[in-house]
Design a binder for this molecule. Structure first.
Ligand SMILES: [Fe+2]
Ligand SMILES: [Fe+2]
Length: 283
């Protein structure tokens, strides 16, 4: 698969207006609040991915060699825009539960800082490619190890898996655009280190804040769950450390890990739960 492959834009058929269980992931506060924190980052974060990719794509030559790439970029935008909308609805419910989204402000401040410092479009794209790799790694784990969402509220399990499927489908779009525009390995790795640091600190900060508002921060069960979530069987740390560091290899490409069958299998099994907005009729 390469970036010229068209992507399908889907509408997930879920109704988030009825509210969400507070500890929707197997009744466990830590992992519920960790996933909630990630959801809080998406509306602003994914808008930045869209803006960064579009700004960089504007510098592509308008010739026949790049028509397919431009079309796939618009599909990428369509998928990320749908994710933003769904996570906005999800986050509205979190707000009703008393949680406060700080992550969105941290991202906005960073974007503003980047603008003031005139960060070039190619570096902004490198940051997007970096975050897209992080989400693709988390998406792969979510699809590959269904145990991670075992005991989850069925609607939220479906939402996270649908998002994971589409992150898998478009995992190489920002990366291939970066490469097509001649982005260097050094710049890619430097911004990746920055993105990893930002992701770790913001995910930690927002999860702790969520647990504080949930009145579960000073609770032994919360931290036992955190230890098992990161370091137990199917622990996130063990599952992510290899794929996360593979990105710094000079010859890395997202499709060296070909996991498209995970996405295809989920789409086939859950065809009743989404409608097709546009794109190829077969996933
Ligand atoms: Fe997304
Ligand atoms: Fe994405």
């Amino acid at each position: 698969m390469n970036t010229s492959t068209p992507l399908m834009v889907r509408k997930l058929l879920v109704d988030l207006s009825q509210g969400l269980p507070r500890h929707w992931l197997a009744g466990k506060p830590f992992r519920s609040q960790y996933f909630n924190a990630l959801s809080m980052s998406f509306p602003v974060g994914e808008q930045e991915f869209i803006d960064a990719v579009r700004a960089a794509a504007a510098t592509l030559p308008a010739d026949a060699d790049h028509i397919a790439l431009q079309a796939t970029i618009e599909d990428f935008v369509g998928q990320e825009a749908t994710h933003r909308r769904i996570h906005d609805l999800y986050n509205e419910q979190l707000e009703k539960q008393g949680l406060v989204n700080h992550w969105q402000h941290w991202v906005r401040n960073q974007i503003e800082l980047g603008r003031r410092r005139n960060v070039p479009a190619l570096s902004r794209l490198a940051v997007t490619a970096a975050f897209e790799h992080c989400t693709a790694v988390l998406a792969d784990i979510t699809l590959h190890h269904p145990e991670i969402l075992q005991g989850a509220d069925p609607m939220l399990a479906m939402l996270w898996r649908w998002h994971a499927v589409e992150e898998t489908e478009h995992k190489a779009v920002a990366f291939d655009l970066y490469r097509t525009l001649g982005g260097s390995h050094g710049r890619r790795v430097r911004w990746y280190m920055y993105a990893m640091w930002r992701f770790t600190t913001m995910a930690t900060g927002q999860t702790i804040n969520n647990l504080r508002h949930d009145r579960m921060l000073f609770n032994a069960a919360t931290w036992l769950d955190a230890a098992s979530f990161f370091f137990g069987r199917y622990g996130l740390f063990w599952l992510t450390v290899g794929p996360i560091f593979r990105y710094i290899k000079r010859d890395f490409h997202p499709w060296q890990h070909d996991n498209r069958e995970l996405a295809t299998a989920w789409l086939k099994a859950n065809a009743d739960h989404y409608s097709v907005v546009r794109g190829p009729t077969e996933a």
